[in-house]
Design a protein around this ligand. Structure first.
Ligand SMILES: Nc1ncnc2c1ncn2[C@@H]1O[C@H](COP(=O)(O)OP(=O)(O)OP(=O)(O)O)[C@@H](O)[C@H]1O
Ligand SMILES: [Mg+2]
Length: 419
């Protein structure tokens, strides 16, 4: 039998007061028993659970008032046609995610409910539906599958695969940092998800530890929120997070900060580099007292090399992160497949050749220009090279450098003999 509206409101209130730590589940049980007794005795003065909790001193009126928006939102989630909402899984800066049963297919799903403030913007709603539908066409073992988008009352929602597990962010909080080999494995799986999305013309735009989930069952990586960030312009998203303790733009690319219109897959590579950095060092690449300060550092500051924070790191990891996080996207990997090649090499304990090639050219160019081997501070911003011509060019430069060295040595020898 379906729950009466009053009883279902009671169960929402009962769940929320406990979830928000306002009282214990024993308090709620006690008040529910009292309420049931009143109901059985057909007491004309019977109260709702909310009022009973206040009368019994378990919560204050003010606390209940503050909980009111959450109660309203929960009432909405109970009315999503075709789904039975079971519990709240978590909330981010923008939305709340619930676990639910899809009645037609009798399967668990996760439903993300967007806050009402977005509903007032028709452009946002349109983009949200477009992207949600497009994302539902992607199918990959490392992407959280998008199922559906819809509207219930004043709320818009996004239905997706339910992942029984936790996020990479949860692990970082718990462990400080990841062991190197596990971090590489997770970044490889996430890159595979991105490679698939990029080939289908998708850009994630919000790659970060909170959007990488790890399934409890087999430790598989699942990239979440594909197709969601696009609905909100990047700057808007970053600015909406102002003043929040979480969600500061630690992983956003310089071009997203600049509000560029032609964001491409390289923005995801930058964010993945920042995520990798955080995973192996336990620190975000750039920190600051507020989002603007962090964004400013993404634009202007050099990152502390990851092996300075974690000296036990293999050399190759720093090189891969450095190429992912190049400020000028021209100096990042030229495709997600190239990045994957380097990650697979790291996995086998081999050097990351793609990164090394990208790094070699500017270094040699700088060597030629300054005559010093100390110059690691080359941004390579001006050197755009065709991949196919890299190796012969590098060999040629090495050849001439070697000849130069021999000539100098010869001259010194002759001078020494003469003197
Ligand atoms: N498909 C899913 N299956 C299971 N749990 C999920 C799923 N998607 C999200 N969650 C849980 O819900 C939480 C909130 O997700 P949400 O995407 O709203 O915010 P976020 O990514 O953590 O943070 P932000 O708002 O900064 O992007 C996640 O941290 C995760 O624990
Ligand atoms: Mg998310």
């Amino acid at each position: 039998m379906a729950e009466s509206p009053k009883l279902s409101q009671d169960s929402i209130v009962g769940r929320l007061v406990v979830e928000h730590g306002l009282c214990t589940s024993e308090d709620v049980e006690k008040c529910i028993r009292l309420r049931r007794k009143q109901s059985e005795e057909s007491d004309p003065n019977q109260h709702s659970l909310a009022s009973t909790l206040v009368i019994k001193g378990c919560v204050t009126k003010r606390q209940l008032e503050r909980l009111r928006p959450k109660i309203e939102e929960s009432k909405t989630t109970q009315q999503i046609p075709g789904y039975q909402v079971i519990e709240r899984l978590g909330a981010g800066a923008m939305a709340t995610v619930y676990k639910a049963r899809q009645l037609s297919l009798d399967r668990m799903v996760a439903i993300k409910i967007l806050p009402q403030k977005f509903t007032n913007n028709p452009q946002f709603v349109e983009r949200f539906y477009q992207e949600g539908k497009a994302a539902a066409k992607l199918n990959h073992p490392h992407i959280v599958q998008a199922f559906d988008v819809g509207q219930s009352g004043e709320y818009h929602y996004f239905v997706m695969e339910y992942v029984k597990g936790h996020t990479v962010y949860d692990d970082i909080v718990k462990m400080g940092k990841y062991p190197e080999d596990r971090a590489i494995q997770i970044i490889i799986e996430t890159s595979k998800a991105l490679e698939h999305a990029h080939k289908a013309g998708f850009i994630h735009r919000d790659v970060k530890p909170k959007n990488i989930m790890i399934a409890n069952e087999d430790g598989t990586t699942k990239l979440a929120d594909m197709g969601l960030a696009r609905a909100i312009s990047d700057r808007e998203a970053a600015e909406a997070e102002k003043g929040e303790a979480f969600g500061t733009p630690y992983y956003i690319s310089p071009e997203q900060i600049r509000g560029k219109q032609d964001i491409d897959f390289r923005a995801d590579i930058y964010s993945l580099g920042c995520t990798f950095y955080h995973m192996v060092t336990g620190k975000v690449p750039f920190d600051g007292p507020n989002p603007s300060a962090v964004m400013h550092k993404h634009l202007k500051e050099d990152v502390v090399p990851p092996d300075h924070l974690n000296p036990s790191l293999s050399a190759g990891i720093g090189e891969v992160i450095e190429v992912c996080m190049a400020k000028d996207r021209k100096n990042r990997y030229t495709s997600t497949s190239d990045l994957l090649q380097d990650l697979e090499a790291l996995c086998k304990g081999e050097p990351p050749l793609q990164a090394r090639n990208r790094f070699d050219l500017p270094t040699l160019a700088a060597l030629e220009a300054t005559g010093t081997s100390e110059s690691h501070d080359v941004t390579a911003a001006t050197i755009e090279v065709d991949q196919s011509s890299k190796s012969p060019l590098t060999r040629q430069m090495l050849f001439w450098l070697a000849i130069g060295g021999w000539v100098i040595a010869l001259v010194l020898l002759v001078l020494w003999i003469v003197s």
